[in-house]
Design a protein around this ligand. Structure first.
Ligand SMILES: [Zn+2]
Length: 78
């Protein structure tokens, strides 16, 4: 195994629907829905910063951020 192979294998793979665990009641707004920070549609779900967000929208944003970072840091350099 080369150093390059080891580095790449340490990067986790993102699987939509399995990235975040929002089963805790801390991710539910009991006061009512608010606009999702990503798509603007109403949701009662809250992200870790207590902003309204659909879980699927948050996971799509994380996956996009991950893909962009992976593209930007090809071979460990910009
Ligand atoms: Zn959304």
């Amino acid at each position: 195994m080369t150093a390059r192979t080891r580095r790449r294998s340490a990067i986790p793979e993102f699987h939509p629907g399995q990235i975040l665990d929002w089963s805790s009641s801390a991710h539910w707004d009991y006061d009512g829905p608010g606009p999702c920070r990503y798509c603007g549609q109403p949701t009662r779900l809250l992200d870790s910063h207590r902003h309204h967000a659909h879980k699927t929208c948050a996971e799509a944003a994380l996956a996009a951020q991950y893909a962009q970072a992976q593209a930007d840091y090809q071979d460990g350099a910009l």
